[in-house]
Design a binder for this molecule. Structure first.
Ligand code: 5GP
Length: 215
């Protein structure tokens, strides 16, 4: 039977909407979904591990990655640089796996241009008040950083219409289920299946044989 070609799914959202938890849960639940570990110049937060959450690198190394064309996309977000490594995406594709890109809106736009096969999903918080509550509950950023993320959220929302899908992260399990449904539907797209003509021809031949035998 035919298998869909591997494709990237971009999950973007304002900070605090829960996209990283959603991306991690998708990967945890599905062996055929992998996470693209980004490179960043941001310092690791408590509990973050190099090579698992991010590849934590310095400015010089980040510039080298750009110049060597080793990034699919990159952007400056909240004063630090973040980028998707070509080798992360290529490794997932080589294994035929769906690759999740947890990136910002600027990065999503670049992916749209450079990888037209990508699927873009935008995660919304159920309300502004809930977004603020979640951000404040994180305690991973200072008050000034939280304020800057909230200000950025308003701008990011204006990109919503550039995305293919929207998922409201009110109930976490329902939001994961929606993302799973998106991946399932996208992998059923005729255009994602190479050799479909061959599969259809083989099925038709098998049917003809069965009809002949039953006569
Ligand atoms: P954080 O510092 O909270 O981990 O991430 C800050 C923002 O940068 C989030 O919106 C996150 O999705 C985004 N980000 C993480 N990795 C990448 C990347 O590789 N490229 C881009 N463009 N944004 C990224």
């Amino acid at each position: 039977m035919t298998h869909a070609r591997a494709f990237p799914i971009v999950i973007a959202a304002p900070s605090g909407a829960g996209k990283t938890s959603l991306a991690q849960e998708l990967v945890r639940r599905h062996d055929d979904v992998v996470f693209s570990i980004s490179a960043t110049t941001r310092a690791p937060r408590l509990g973050e591990r190099d090579g698992i959450d991010y590849f934590f690198i310095d400015e010089t190394e980040f510039t080298r990655l750009i110049e060597a064309d080793e990034l699919v996309e990159w952007a400056t977000v909240h004063g630090c640089r973040y980028g998707t490594l070509r080798r992360e995406v290529a490794a997932a594709f080589a294994l035929g796996r769906t690759v999740v890109l947890d990136i910002d809106v600027q990065g999503a736009r670049q992916v749209r241009q450079r990888m037209p096969e990508a699927v873009l999903a935008f995660v919304l918080p159920p309300s502004g008040a809930e977004l603020i509550r979640r951000l404040e509950g994180r305690a991973t950023e200072s008050a000034a950083q939280r304020a800057s993320r909230l200000a950025a959220a308003a701008g990011e929302l204006s990109a919503l219409e550039e995305f293919d899908y929207v998922v409201v992260n009110d109930d976490f399990d329902a939001a994961v289920a929606a993302l799973e449904a998106i991946i399932t539907a996208e992998s059923c797209r005729v255009a994602r299946h190479a050799g479909l003509r061959q599969t259809a021809a083989e099925l038709a031949a098998e049917l003809r044989q069965l009809i002949q035998r039953s006569r």
